[in-house]
Structure formats: C-alpha cells, structure tokens
Design a protein around this ligand. Structure first.
Ligand code: 5AD
Ligand code: SF4
Length: 430
C-alpha cells in the first residue's frame, strides 16, 4: 500500500511539472514515505531523515518532506523529533503534496497537513507506474477492525471504499496501456462496499465479488490479485469466485496472527483458531491448487509458551505456503499498548526464529510437491542473482526462476518445475 502511495504521489508530481532526480544528492526535494505498523520501521525512518542534516546545511534550499502513516501519527509533534522537515503530510492529504511543495517554494515556512484522515481521496489518475506489466490498484482506504495491536485505524482513518466505476476506469486504462496484472489493495478487501455511506454503494447489491467479476471481464487484464483478506470476511462466495473467475489468481493471503484463542481474543480478531482452520479448509476445497500465506505476531502481551505452542501447532497443521512473521511491538494509541509488553526480547527472538525455521521446512515440503508440474508464469525480468536466468510469479504467487529471454518479459509462459527451494521454484520454459 505504501508502495502504491509513493507511486501515486510521484505521478502527481510529474503531472505538476516536477521531474525525477537521479539521486538524493542531486534532488531539490526529498520525500520519505513512512510506515508505522512496527516500531522498527519508524526508528529507521527517524535515523535516515536525521542523516540528511549535513546535506540540508550545505543546501538550505533543499526541501525535505514526510508522508505516510508516521506523519499522521505524530502530526506536528514530528517537528520536535525531525526539525529538518519542511512538510509532513498524512495519507489522506497526499493528493495535496504538489500544492504543498509549490507553497513552500513560494513562501518557505513549514507545513503540516494531517486533517483529511477520514476523507475519500479525490479521484485522480496520474499515469506514472513503476512497473510495466503489474499494477497496484487501491480499492479502499482505512480500517474499522481495531485489532488491538494495530495502529492502522488511527493513522488511515475509517474504512471507505472507492466507487467501483472509478476502479474499473483505472483498470481499463491500465489494460489499454499493456498491463497484464492488477493487485487490488485494501486493509480488508473483502469488506469492500460495506461502508455504504462513504462509498455510495450498497453491499447487498455490489460487493467485492462483484468487483472481481467486473474486473475479470476487462479485456487485456490476465491476472487479478488482492490483498489483504480478514478471516472474518473471507466467504464461501469469495472462494467460489476464485474458483470460477479464470483471471483471479489462486492465492489467498489470510493473516492468522496467533493460534491461541486467548491471544486472538486479546487481539480483537473476532475468530477462533478452529474457525480459521475451517476457513482454510473451505478455501482449499474450492480452490484445490490454491496457495495460502499468512502473517503471525510472536510475543503479544502475556503470550505464554503454551499460547506460542498453539501457534506452532496451527502452522504445522495448516502448512502455509509462506508466512510473514513479526515480533510484537507496542504501537500507541493502539489498545494493546496499554498492556504490559511482558514477553522479553530474547523470548520474542527465540520464538520468531523457531517459527521461521519451521515455516522454511514447510515451504520446502510444499514446494517439493510441485516438482515436475507446469505453471503459468508472468515473466518479471532478469534474475538479479543469477546471470541469464529470468524470474516471474506463478498464479499461486510463488517465485519461479528459469532460463528465458528478454522477449518473454511481460508475457505468461509455461514453466516446468525441476527443483525447488523454500522460496523459489526452478525450472525451464516448455
Ligand atoms: N507488532 C508487530 N506486528 C504487527 N503487525 C501489525 N501491528 C503489529 C505490531 N504492533 C503485523 C501484523 C499485520 C502485519 C501487516 O503487520 O501481522 O498483519
Ligand atoms: Fe490493522 Fe486489523 Fe485493520 Fe489489518 S484488519 S489494518 S491488522 S486493524
């Protein structure tokens, strides 16, 4: 989502007459996009921006700006920690960045813009895209779930869906420009359209599955992905759509967070481990070749060895294709920041390492089952690590590495898998 925001703001700036610089040293304006989800990212951001002090001293005309969730979270207080900033702009105000920069160029002074946290962004369609064949398309903003560890509802505001006709217009335009794959983005894509007052939609007549159907019929688009799904909203209707709509990729990212019902309750996730398991079973019933990935947090306040053991058991029982795993960090004002961060750093690290090792084994085991099979792969480009090899993704979102040629980039080719690692499938084009 942050990637898309950066791309969007870059596009707006290009349309307003600015140009991309080739390096930070040569830039007149430097904008940092920030994520607040975990503390580590925030600490790195503060130190990276502080590192520019010398550059700014040498070139006082340099404009340094901050956008994204950290800007929203700190509002004007960010200036106490980063007095070097010329502007700071929350996610809801990002469409105003070209105007903010022009204002600073004319009048100097510092601008903090964080008042539009709950507003729909204006429907602007800057052409700039980082990729040539794959595009991120935001279908909504904000979140109403208030998982107790999560800062997102506080920095991205209430959930609101973009109007379907604007999304469809954007995807048709992308298809016309040769894009093959769209990744639909939202904090919780399955509740698309449910917030009727803001979306101008009615969930009973138009929901996420309808959006998938409409995008599925857009000529030129060959693949549709989406992220992220909340287990409470991932429905049979969705799984049937994934089975029946030929362009919708057979990959589900379904954050579990913990395998312990006690912790899930404290996290305000509104499902039990058993219910989650049933959801995955149902998905696998409808989308038999489908992959499932997840997010896990270790060391949530009061997580005992026993709770952690339940997470381990879930991971073993479900056998995810991949997992993003994180050490818990308190993110005020999220509710759990009021609980004692009781699991020591060492224990969090040990638990995380144990899960990473376990998941590696499972990913390898699951990938081994794919040896000898042929997959459709959308070719991304040359492999950065191995000369003359190319990479792409399967519909199940696995990385494939194979001998290829430049003319394959942006095309879907069949790749027969010959060997695997936990994180990649290796094969040849057939
Ligand atoms: N600490 C650790 N991980 C977190 N996540 C969200 N908030 C926190 C936090 N306070 C993780 C969740 C979420 C992913 C995007 O980031 O697993 O699904
Ligand atoms: Fe955060 Fe939960 Fe919303 Fe995801 S669903 S953004 S974890 S509050």
């Amino acid at each position: 989502m942050s990637f898309r925001d950066s791309e969007f703001v870059t596009g707006l700036l290009l349309d307003s007459g600015f140009a991309l610089a080739d390096s930070m040293e040569n830039a007149d304006i430097i904008i940092f996009n920030s994520c607040s989800v975990r503390k580590h990212a925030e600490d790195r951001l503060i130190s990276n921006i502080s590192d520019l002090k010398l550059l700014k001293k040498r070139r006082p005309g340099l404009i340094i700006g901050l956008m994204g969730c950290t800007a929203q979270s700190y509002k004007s207080k960010i200036l106490e920690r980063l007095p070097i900033l010329d502007f700071s702009c929350g996610p809801g105000n990002e469409s105003d960045i070209p105007g903010i920069i022009k204002d600073i160029l004319e009048n100097r002074g510092i601008i903090v813009a964080t008042d539009k946290i709950d507003q729909m962004r204006p429907e602007l369609f800057p052409a700039y895209r980082e990729d040539r064949y794959k595009a991120y398309v935001s279908i909504g903003e904000g979140c109403n779930n208030f998982c107790s560890y999560c800062i997102v509802p506080y920095v991205r505001g209430r959930e609101r869906s973009r109007v379907a006709k604007d999304i469809i217009k954007e995807v048709k335009d992308l298809a016309g420009r040769g894009f093959k794959e769209v990744m639909l983005l939202g904090q919780n894509v399955n509740s698309y359209g449910k917030v009727t007052s803001l979306a101008g939609l009615n969930a009973k007549t138009y929901n996420f599955v309808h959006l998938l159907e409409d995008i599925n019929s857009i000529k030129g688009i060959e693949r549709i992905r989406f992220m992220t799904s909340h287990p409470k909203d991932a429905s049979t209707e969705l799984f049937k759509a994934m089975r029946d709509l030929e362009k919708v990729c057979e990959h589900l990212h379904l954050p579990l967070q913990s395998g312990s019902d006690r912790i899930l309750k404290l996290m305000n996730r509104s499902y039990t481990a058993k219910k989650y398991m049933k959801t995955v079973e149902e998905y696998r019933k409808y989308v038999s070749v489908g992959s499932v990935t997840t997010d896990i947090i270790v060391g949530f306040p009061s997580e005992t060895k026993n709770d952690f053991g339940k997470t381990v058991k879930m991971i073993k029982d479900i056998e995810f294709d991949g997992a993003y795993m994180f050490k818990y960090s308190p993110r005020p004002p999220a509710k759990s920041s009021g609980l004692k961060d009781s699991v020591s750093r060492e224990d969090k690290e040990k638990r995380l390492e144990a899960l990473i090792n376990l998941q590696c084994e499972i990913s390898l085991k699951r990938n081994e089952l794919l040896t000898g099979k042929v997959f459709d792969v959308l070719v991304d480009g040359e492999n950065k690590r191995e000369a003359s090899k190319f990479t792409g993704r399967t519909g199940t979102n696995k990385v494939a590495v194979f001998d290829g040629s430049k003319d394959m980039i942006g095309r879907i080719v069949g790749v027969k898998i010959e060997s695997v690692t936990p994180h990649a499938l290796k094969g040849r084009v057939v």
